[in-house]
Write a protein that binds this ligand. Structure first.
Ligand code: BV8
Ligand code: ZN
Length: 286
C-alpha cells in the first residue's frame, strides 16, 4: 500500500516538473513558434478561393504510423525499396515481394487519419483544391468520409486496398485476400498482385493527365511530405511553378523540392496543417 502511494507521489512530481520545462526547450513547441511567420505567409497565399494542387507524399501518413520510404524515419534501406517496388522483382523474387506487400496491406486495418489528413480536408473546403497523392493508403478518403466532403483525389501510384491481375484487366478492392499465398486470377489464372504502380510501370493515365492539367492551371501548389525523388509525380510541382503557381512545402526535412518552393514550412504536417487551416479560416472571415 505504502509503495503505491510513494509511486503516485513520484509520478505527480515528475508530471509537475514536465510542466515547468520552458516552452523554448520543448522542441515541438519551439519548431511551431519558429514556423508561425511562414505559416502566416502561406495562409495569405491560400486565403480567398485559389486553385490549389496538393502534391502528397508518404510524410502525410507518417503520423498515422505508416513508415515513410526515405528520409529520416524511413524504415527501409534505399536498396530494399528499389528492390521491393520494382516490377522486375515480381519475376525474380515474387514471394518476398508479395509477403512485404501483404504485411503493408494488413497494416491498413489498424491505421487512422491523423490531424494532417483532417486539416487538409478542411483546407480543401476553403478553395478549389485537387489532391494528387503518391500514397497507396486510404487515409485521405477516410478523413473525407468523416468530414462529409470529398475533394478530387488522384492516386498516382495506385492503392494497396486493391488487388489486380498481372496479365488481364481483373481488379478487385479486397483487403482480406492474402497475397502472401500467391493467389491466381479468377478470370485468366494469371498471378495476382497489389494494385500499386511499381518502378518501371506507367502511372494510371487518367490520374496523371488530370493532375498535370491541374498543375498547369494552379495558382498554388501545396507540397506535403514528399522527398520529391520519384517521377513523374515530382514533376507536378515543377510544372505548376513553370505556369506561375506559388509553391508551399511542408516537410520537417529538406527535400528535392525545397529549393524551388517559395514558402518552406519546416514541420510535420500533423502539427502544421491544423494551424494553417485555422489561419486561412480567420483570414477568410475577414
Ligand atoms: C514511370 C510503389 C514511365 C507503390 C513506388 C524521370 C527522371 C528520373 C527517373 C525517372 C523519370 N521518369 C521515370 C523515372 C523512373 C522512375 C523514377 O522516378 N526513378 C527515380 C527514383 C530515380 N519512375 C518510374 O518508374 C515511374 N513510372 O515513370 O513510367 C516509365 C516506364 C518504364 C520505364 C521508365 C519509365 C513509377 C514510379 C512509381 C514508383 N512506385 N511505390 C508502393 O509500394 O507504395 S515509389 C514509392 O516512393 C512510393 O510510391 C512513394 O509514394 C514514392 C515517393 O516517396 P515519397 O512519397 O516522396 O516518400 P519518401 O519516403 O520518399 O519521403 C517521405 C518524405 O516525408 C520525406 O521528405 C520526409 O522528410 C517527409 N516526412 C516525414 N515525416 C513527415 C514528413 N513530412 C511531413 N510530415 C511528417 N510528419
Ligand atoms: Zn487475369
Amino acid at each position: 500500500m505504502l509503495k503505491s502511494i510513494a509511486r503516485a507521489v513520484v509520478r505527480k512530481v515528475i508530471d509537475r516538473a514536465a510542466d515547468l520545462v520552458p516552452p523554448m526547450l520543448d522542441p515541438r513547441l519551439r519548431s511551431q513558434r519558429m514556423n508561425l511567420p511562414a505559416i502566416d505567409r502561406a495562409a495569405h497565399v491560400l486565403k480567398g478561393k485559389p486553385r490549389v494542387l496538393v502534391c502528397v507524399g508518404s510524410g502525410l501518413s507518417a503520423e498515422s504510423g505508416v513508415p515513410t520510404f526515405r528520409g529520416p524515419g524511413g524504415i527501409y534501406s534505399d536498396e530494399e525499396i528499389a528492390h521491393l517496388t520494382h516490377v522486375d522483382t515480381f519475376e525474380t523474387d515474387r514471394e518476398h515481394m508479395l509477403r512485404w506487400y501483404q504485411e503493408r496491406r494488413e497494416q491498413l486495418h489498424s491505421i487512422h487519419p491523423n490531424p494532417g489528413h483532417e486539416a487538409l480536408i478542411g483546407l480543401a473546403q476553403t478553395g478549389d483544391y485537387t489532391v494528387s497523392t503518391q500514397n497507396v493508403d486510404h487515409l485521405l478518403e477516410a478523413a473525407s468520409d468523416a468530414a462529409g466532403f470529398r475533394p478530387s483525389i488522384y492516386h498516382l501510384h495506385g492503392s494497396l486496398l486493391s488487388v489486380r491481375c498481372h496479365v488481364c484487366d481483373y481488379e478487385v478492392e479486397d483487403l482480406h485476400l492474402d497475397l502472401g499465398e500467391q493467389p491466381g486470377c479468377p478470370k485468366c489464372g494469371g498471378p495476382l498482385r497489389p494494385g500499386v504502380v511499381w518502378f518501371g510501370e506507367t502511372l494510371p493515365e487518367d490520374a496523371l493527365e488530370k493532375s498535370m492539367e491541374v498543375a498547369r492551371n494552379a495558382e498554388v501548389c501545396l507540397i506535403l511530405g514528399t522527398s520529391g525523388l520519384v517521377y513523374p509525380a515530382a514533376a507536378l510541382p515543377e510544372t505548376a511553378r513553370r505556369h506561375g503557381a506559388t509553391l508551399i512545402e511542408v516537410n520537417p526535412h529538406l527535400s528535392a523540392l525545397s529549393d524551388i518552393s517559395d514558402i518552406v514550412i519546416r514541420g510535420r504536417t500533423g502539427e502544421v496543417l491544423p494551424v494553417l487551416l485555422r489561419r486561412v479560416q480567420d483570414l477568410n472571415r475577414g
